[in-house]
Write a protein that binds this ligand. Structure first.
Ligand SMILES: Nc1ncnc2c1ncn2[C@@H]1O[C@H](COP(=O)(O)OP(=O)(O)O)[C@@H](O)[C@H]1O
Ligand SMILES: N[C@@H](CCOP(=O)(O)O)C(=O)O
Length: 329
C-alpha cells in the first residue's frame, strides 16, 4: 500500500479551496507506487492526483513539476500540475511537499505490442522536441557521475564474474562519455525512467486498439542525451522480460515511430548499441544499490537486479543497430 502519509478530507479540501477547485467529492489512496503517497481526488472541477513527496525535497521538486507544466502546455500528454492564483505549483500537505496534477485516463499496458510501441516512440520524440526550450537545468542524477560514485560500494556484494562485468562496463561508458562523438549527441530534458508502468493507455476505436493517454512519474527526469532516453525505453518496451532479449521487430517499430517525429542523426544510429548498454547498466546499478545499500527508512521495495544484469550481458553480446549497413559500426 503506497499511502505512507494519511491525508484527511479536511486537508484535501483546504488545498482544493486554495486552488479554487470546488468541493471534494471523493478522496482515495492509490495502492500502487513505491516512492510517494498518491491519492485520487475528485472534486467539482475535475479529476486529479494528489502526490505527497516522501523522498524529494521542496528544493529538488521545481525542476520536475515545471518540466511537466512546460510539456503539458506544449500539448505533450503529461499530467499538468495545477497552479494557484500566484502561479505556485508546489504546496504543503500533512507536513510534506505536495502537488495536484491532472489525472490521466486508462491503465498500464504491461504486455505491449508494436502498436503500443509506435505510440510511445512517436510521443517520446515529440516530448524531446517540446522540452528543447525548457529553461531550468538539472543533470540526470542517475547518470555516469552517480555510477562512478556507487559502483565501488557495490563491488563487495558481487561475485567475481559480476564485479568484472560491472567494472568493465563502467570503464567502457567512461571512455564513451569522454569521446567527441558522444559530446555531439543532441540532448535536453529526458524522462529517464519511461518503463511500461509509467505510461497510460485507454481503450480506443476497435478491438485491442488502445490509445496512449500520457507519460507520468517524471521524478527521475534530468538533462541528458535523447538517445539515452530512447535506449531506456527500448530496454523495457521491446524486450522479452524472461531473458532480456531485444525483440528486434518491436524495437524497429519503436525507433521508426520515434524517427517519424525526429530523425536520428548518423552519430545517434552509430551510438545506439553503446547507449543500450548504458541504459541497462543504469538500472542494474540502481537496483543493486536499492537492494544492498537501502537508504535509511527507505520506502523502496527493491526490484530484481539480475534482470538488468541479463539485459546488459545481452546488449554486450548482441549489439543492435536500428539501421543496418553504413550507419552501423
Ligand atoms: N497523473 C496520474 N494519473 C493517473 N494515475 C496516476 C497518476 N499518477 C500516478 N497515478 C497512479 O498512481 C500509481 C503510483 O504512481 P507512481 O508515480 O508510480 O508512484 P511512485 O512514485 O510512488 O512509484 C500509478 O501506477 C498510477 O496508477
Ligand atoms: N523503473 C525502475 C524503478 C523506478 O521506480 P518507479 O516505480 O518510480 O518507476 C526499475 O525498474 O528499476
Amino acid at each position: 500500500m503506497a499511502v505512507f502519509t494519511e491525508v484527511s478530507a479536511a486537508q484535501a479540501q483546504a488545498l482544493l479551496d486554495h486552488l479554487s477547485l470546488g468541493r471534494l467529492t471523493s478522496l482515495r489512496g492509490i495502492g500502487a507506487g513505491i516512492e510517494n503517497t498518491n491519492y485520487f481526488v475528485d472534486c467539482e472541477h475535475g479529476h486529479y492526483v494528489l502526490t505527497l513527496f516522501e523522498r524529494l525535497t521542496a528544493e529538488q521538486l521545481p525542476f520536475y513539476l515545471r518540466l511537466m507544466q512546460h510539456l503539458a502546455q506544449r500539448g505533450i500528454p503529461v499530467p499538468e500540475p495545477h497552479a494557484d492564483a500566484a502561479g505556485e505549483i508546489l504546496f504543503e500537505v500533512a507536513g510534506k511537499p505536495a502537488a495536484i496534477v491532472d489525472r490521466l485516463h486508462g491503465g498500464h499496458q504491461l504486455a505491449p505490442d508494436a502498436f503500443h510501441c509506435a505510440q510511445v516512440g512517436a510521443t517520446l520524440a515529440r516530448m524531446h522536441l517540446a522540452g528543447q526550450d525548457f529553461a531550468m537545468h538539472q543533470p540526470n542524477l542517475r547518470g555516469l557521475a552517480w555510477w562512478q560514485r556507487v559502483v565501488p560500494q557495490l563491488l563487495p556484494f558481487l561475485d567475481a564474474g559480476q564485479a568484472g562485468l560491472l567494472t568493465s562496463e563502467l570503464a567502457y561508458q567512461e571512455q564513451l562519455a569522454a569521446s567527441a562523438r558522444y559530446a555531439d549527441l543532441p540532448r535536453g530534458p529526458i524522462h529517464a525512467d519511461l518503463f511500461r508502468d509509467n505510461v497510460m493507455f485507454e481503450p480506443g476505436e476497435g478491438p485491442g486498439r488502445e490509445r496512449l493517454t500520457g507519460f507520468f512519474d517524471f521524478y527521475f527526469a534530468g538533462v541528458d542525451t535523447w538517445l539515452f532516453d530512447l535506449a531506456v525505453c527500448l530496454n523495457d518496451w521491446c524486450i522479452d522480460l524472461t531473458d532480456g532479449r531485444l525483440i528486434e521487430e518491436r524495437a524497429s517499430v519503436f525507433v521508426a515511430a520515434y524517427e517519424s517525429e525526429r530523425p536520428l542523426s548518423g552519430a545517434e544510429h552509430r551510438l545506439l548499441p553503446a547507449l543500450l548498454r548504458a541504459a541497462a547498466l543504469r538500472f542494474w546499478v540502481s537496483r543493486l544499490y536499492d537492494l544492498h545499500l537501502p537508504r535509511e527508512a527507505s520506502l523502496l521495495k527493491a526490484h530484481d537486479p539480475s534482470h538488468f544484469e541479463r539485459v546488459l550481458r545481452e546488449r554486450r553480446a548482441k549489439p543492435w543497430h536500428a539501421l543496418h549497413g553504413e550507419a552501423a559500426e
